[in-house]
Design a protein around this ligand. Structure first.
Ligand code: C2E
Ligand code: MG
Ligand code: MG
Ligand code: MG
Length: 276
């Protein structure tokens, strides 16, 4: 895009790299503005009990409504929020907004839904997380057991001792902890041994392999069983078809989330899903 090129007065040899870098640099500039202008919002994706279809909670998912580009994928802008350090400020807003939403649903008489919030490793390592969580709970008066914090394995690889202390404190406060995207990275079983997770979220690559790969199906069944043996709740991510849901149900996976069950959407879309 011509407008983009004007912002950066040099070019990289490889046109593809050049374009990607330009887009990145422009988005980075735009992100600083986005924070001030309130261009972020949260979508909520329901999680269901697979046995009876009851909704048990939602996951809050960050969205950025860019004035020219439209809604930008979090896969693209969350790494930029992390690189710029803005994730700390935005993360605080996410936590507060999600908790306030859950509390509002309580107040409206909905059954108590669990609110799952994704944490960036930077938020956990930044030092201010415990205080932020306490402030959010105090401000919103959300019962702590309704809050679930999702972290990914990369965090555990990076700083074992420091992370462990923080996660144990959160657990002691009565907050639930979920291990996100399990099986997508270099999963080590020692993490499950060492950390107090309540929930195991099985990465969607395993769910997409149902009916495709015997080996992956075998792994999936083993992960579900392991979660059960550890008294963890297992959530299957990325359920898109009835066949996948049926397979997971048949193999004892308790909870599920995916486009086939419900897409992420605005808060108004959640209450109607509770009645049917
Ligand atoms: P995640 O935490 O694993 O979130 C689930 C992602 O899977 C979401 O993508 C969701 O829209 C997508 N998804 C749900 N069902 C299906 C399905 O059936 N099929 C497929 N193909 N995808 C499905 P989304 O919203 O694009 O978010 C991507 C990632 O960005 C998240 O993965 C999470 O790692 C990160 N993220 C999103 N919101 C936040 C946030 O508030 N804070 C932080 N730190 N990270 C976030
Ligand atoms: Mg997540
Ligand atoms: Mg996930
Ligand atoms: Mg993820």
């Amino acid at each position: 895009r011509v407008a983009d090129s004007a912002d950066i007065p040099y070019a990289f040899a490889d046109p593809e790299t050049d374009q990607a870098l330009r887009r990145r640099l422009n988005l980075e500039t735009d992100l600083h503005r986005a924070v001030g202008e309130g261009e972020f919002f949260l979508d909520y994706q329901p999680q269901f009990q697979l046995s009876d279809g009851r909704m048990t909670g939602v996951e809050a998912l960050l969205r950025w409504n860019h004035p020219e580009r439209g809604v930008v994928s979090p896969a693209e802008f969350i790494p930029l929020l992390e690189d710029t350090g803005l994730i700390i400020e935005v993360g605080r807003w996410i936590l507060d907004t999600a908790a306030a939403q859950a509390k509002a649903w309580n107040a409206a008489g909905l059954p108590r839904l669990r609110m799952a919030v994704n944490l960036s490793p930077l938020q956990v390592r930044g030092g201010g997380l415990l205080q932020e969580v306490m402030q959010t709970l105090a401000r919103t008066r959300l019962p702590e057991e309704q809050l679930e914090l999702e972290i990914t394995e990369s965090l555990l690889i990076e700083d074992l001792a420091g992370t462990r202390r923080i996660l144990e404190t959160l657990q002691g406060m009565g907050i639930r902890l979920a291990l996100d995207d399990f099986g997508s990275g270099f999963s080590a079983l020692s993490y499950l041994h060492a950390f107090p997770f309540h929930t195991l979220k099985v990465d969607r690559t395993f769910i997409h392999a149902i009916g495709q790969s015997d080996r992956s199906e075998g792994l999936l069944r083993s992960i579900i069983e392991m979660g059960q043996n550890l008294r963890m709740e297992v959530v299957a991510e990325g359920i898109e078809t009835e066949g996948q849901a049926a397979y997971l149900r048949a193999h004892g996976c308790e909870l599920g989330q995916g486009f086939g069950l419900a897409r992420p959407g605005p808060p108004e879309a959640v209450p109607p899903l509770l009645t049917n």
